[in-house]
Each structure stands twice: as structure tokens, then as C-alpha cells.
Design a protein around this ligand. Structure first.
Ligand code: ZN
Length: 244
């Protein structure tokens, strides 16, 4: 059983397709887990929703998904993100909006809990600092959780004594699922923010009990060109070049 974990796809079809090609090269994907933000920022929201839905999958709601669906407002978004959210809402048909609107805030898959932000604030909280990490471990009812939202790949492990270790998760790093508890963020597919512009995703091999992080190059210029043609804010296109 090979499970692709693709967070923060953000309507970046070129990045998502490159991730799928890379992940499917050694064998078929059995399941797709999306920890939120299928849409927002990027130029291909409908195509990305359709591609997610073409796989057996579990997705949870991200702030951008709910904004595009009209379920939450954009007052907590910065100006460029709000503009992109309004543009995205205008691209979606009724059925696509309903799909985004019905996404749960939290989903459970075996030993894993999926949530976009955190269990105490599923849509909004950025889990990057130790207090938020510790709060997440306290609220977890499964051994492991998978989150998104920050677009930064990392691993956090809780030892038997309750101490938490956090480390950056780099291309090719394989994690053997520990007896202890784990929080993982697979980084962002469609808008990485760790200074590496390559798309990020993780692959969970449920038989070997390993999770591996991968970074994949994609045609950034093609995505940027579509964004400019669509009239999306220039800053959102430019940041893709820098992984910011
Ligand atoms: Zn996001």
C-alpha cells in the first residue's frame, strides 16, 4: 500500500502533476492524503480538484479551500491571498464549491490524524514552534498526525519522557515509523516556503512502515505564465521562483 501525502497543492497543476509522475514511477499510488489547501494562490483550481478526486483519497479543509467555497471570509487573509481567493471562487462551479465546503476539518486514517493547521485550530494555526507542537501532541488521539498550512517540511517526535524533538525533513530522508508519536508536515506541493522552490511531498509505504520526503522540480515558468495571464497578483507568481 503506497499512500501519497500531498499538502498545500494550491491550484498549481504543473507541480501536482510532477509530484504524481514522480510518485507513480516506481509503482501505482493506492491512496492520496491531502492535508488541506487544494486551491488558492494558483491558476488551476478546478483541474487540481478533479485530479485529487480521480484518486481514492482523504482530504481535509484548508483555509483557502473554505474561502474559495465561500464558507469563511477573507478578512484574515493578506491582500494578495484574499484577491486570489476571490478569483478562485469565481472559477469554481457549484459542484466544486460543494466539494470543498463539505471537507472535514479533521480526518482519521489508521494510525494517522489529518488536519490542515492543528487540532486546537484546524484551519488557522501554524504549527512551527515548540508550544504549538506540544499542544498538538497533547490533543492527538492517534499515534501520528499529518499537518500542512506552513508549507515547511518537518518531523517532530515525542519521546517516552514527553520531550519533543523537531527536525527539518529533507529530500530523500526516510523515516521508519517509530513506536513513539510523530507529527509530520510533508511541505507544500504548490507553493513551498522553505527556500527550495521544488515541489514537496511525502510517500507513506504502509507495508514497510516508512515515510519518505521527496522534492521534485516542475515547470515553474509555465505556472507563473498562467498566473499572470489570469491576472493573479504578481507577488504570488514571483514567490514560486524562490520557494518563499
Ligand atoms: Zn496553504
Amino acid at each position: 500500500m503506497r499512500i501519497l501525502i500531498a499538502a498545500d497543492i494550491h491550484a498549481n497543476l504543473e507541480a501536482f502533476q510532477a509530484v504524481l509522475r514522480h510518485a507513480e514511477q516506481p509503482g501505482a499510488i493506492d491512496r492520496l492524503w491531502c492535508p488541506g489547501d487544494i486551491v488558492g494562490y494558483g491558476p488551476d483550481p478546478s483541474a487540481c480538484i478533479a485530479l485529487v478526486r480521480s484518486y481514492p483519497h482523504v482530504a481535509v479543509a484548508g483555509n483557502h479551500d473554505l474561502a474559495a467555497a465561500g464558507k469563511i471570509g477573507t478578512t484574515d487573509f493578506n491582500a494578495a491571498a484574499a484577491e486570489a481567493a476571490m478569483w478562485t471562487a469565481g472559477q469554481l462551479n457549484y459542484e466544486e464549491r460543494r466539494y470543498l465546503e463539505q471537507l472535514p476539518e479533521v480526518a482519521y486514517e489508521g494510525d494517522f490524524t489529518l488536519v490542515h493547521g492543528s487540532l486546537r485550530a484546524p484551519i488557522w494555526e501554524y504549527v512551527l514552534q515548540m508550544p504549538a507542537m506540544e499542544a498538538q501532541f497533547r490533543l492527538m488521539e492517534t499515534p501520528h498526525s499529518i499537518i500542512g498550512h506552513s508549507h515547511v517540511a518537518f518531523l517532530a517526535e515525542e519521546g517516552d519522557d514527553g520531550r519533543v524533538w523537531m527536525s527539518a525533513w529533507k529530500d530523500g530522508d526516510v523515516v521508519n515509523l517509530p513506536e513513539s508519536r510523530l507529527i509530520v508536515n510533508p511541505g507544500g506541493v504548490g507553493q513551498p516556503r522553505d527556500g527550495d522552490p521544488r515541489a514537496a511531498y511525502a510517500l507513506y509505504n504502509a507495508d514497510a512502515r516508512t515515510i519518505t520526503l521527496h522534492r521534485v522540480e516542475y515547470d515553474i515558468a509555465a505556472t507563473q505564465q498562467k498566473m499572470r495571464a489570469a491576472g493573479l497578483p504578481a507577488s504570488l507568481a514571483e514567490r514560486l521562483s524562490f520557494g518563499q
